[in-house]
Design a protein around this ligand. Structure first.
Ligand SMILES: [Zn+2]
Length: 246
C-alpha cells in the first residue's frame, strides 16, 4: 500500500488562520517553529483516514498544528510513541468493555469515543469534527488533540501514569505533590475548574485533562490552579497564559 508522506501544503497558513484560533496569539518565532514541527509530523508519522473518507489537507494540517503545539519547546522525539494518526469523520461508536467511572468497575456497551491513544507504539485515533471544533473554539478547557497527544507524551517513559518523563529528579516530587493534591480533590468530587471532572478517572486522565486546560484556558488555570500551572509550564517549557494576555 502506498502512503502519501508529504509535509505542509503551500496554503497551510490559510488553513491554520481559518481553523486554529490559537494561531492568533503566537509570535513570529512560535509560528515558524509550529510550522516546522507540523511539517515534521506530517512527513514522519503515518496519517490515515478511517472509514474511507478523504484525508484532505485541511484535516491533516489542523490536527498536526495542534499536536505540534504541545512539543513546541520540547523535541519531536517526545512523540516517538506515536506510530500513526487515524482520523475518523466523527465520534467513533466503540463497543467493548471499559473501565467504569468508579475504580474497579467496568462498563459494557456502546460509548461515543472522541479519541483514543493506544499504548506504546499504537496509533492516536481522532474524530475530525471534534478536533476541528476544539481548534476553532477554544476556551472550554477541552481539546481532543491535546488530550490524546498528552497521553502519548505520558507513555514515553513506558508507564501511562500521569507523569511524563521529567528532566530533573527534583521536579518529580513537586510534580507528584501538586498533581496528587488536585487529583485527590477531583476524586473526592470537589470541582476544580477549569479542570474537567473527567480528570478524576485515573492519574493518566488527570495529566491529559491538565494539558487541555494548560493550552486551552491557560489564564483560568494560572488563576485557579497556580501551582499546577507552574509544573505544567516547567514541563512544556511554555507560558501560554502570558501569550494569551499579551
Ligand atoms: Zn484520555
Amino acid at each position: 500500500m502506498l502512503h502519501r508522506r508529504r509535509g505542509l501544503p503551500d496554503d497551510w497558513v490559510n488553513i491554520v488562520e481559518t481553523n486554529v484560533a490559537l494561531w492568533r496569539v503566537l509570535d513570529d518565532d512560535e509560528r515558524a517553529l509550529l510550522g516546522s514541527t507540523s511539517d515534521w509530523l506530517l512527513r514522519h508519522k503515518h496519517w490515515e483516514a478511517a472509514q474511507g473518507f478523504a484525508l484532505v489537507d485541511e484535516i491533516t494540517v489542523t490536527i498536526a498544528v495542534q499536536a505540534a503545539l504541545l512539543v513546541l519547546r520540547l523535541s519531536v522525539d517526545e512523540y516517538r510513541e506515536v506510530s500513526a494518526i487515524v482520523v475518523y469523520p466523527t465520534s467513533m461508536q466503540s463497543r467493548g468493555v471499559y473501565a467504569g467511572p468508579v475504580r474497579g468497575t467496568v462498563t459494557d456497551g456502546v460509548v461515543p469515543v472522541l479519541g483514543e491513544a493506544h499504548g506504546r507504539r499504537g496509533p492516536v485515533l481522532l474524530a475530525w469534527d471534534q478536533a476541528r471544533d476544539a481548534a476553532r473554539n477554544p476556551g472550554r478547557g477541552q481539546n481532543v488533540v491535546f488530550h490524546e497527544f498528552a497521553h502519548k507524551l505520558d507513555m514515553v517513559d513506558n508507564v501511562l501514569d500521569g507523569t511524563p518523563a521529567l528532566e530533573h529528579r527534583g521536579d518529580f516530587a513537586r510534580w507528584v505533590q501538586v498533581c496528587t493534591e488536585a487529583y485527590d480533590a477531583l476524586r473526592a468530587g470537589i470541582e476544580r475548574p477549569p479542570l474537567q471532572p473527567y480528570g478524576a478517572t485515573n492519574p493518566a486522565e488527570f495529566f491529559a485533562v491538565a494539558t487541555e486546560a494548560f493550552f486551552d484556558v491557560p489564564v483560568a488555570l494560572v488563576e485557579h490552579e497556580p501551582r499546577l500551572y507552574e509544573v505544567m509550564r516547567d514541563f512544556y517549557k511554555q507560558d501560554p497564559a502570558a501569550r494569551s494576555s499579551s
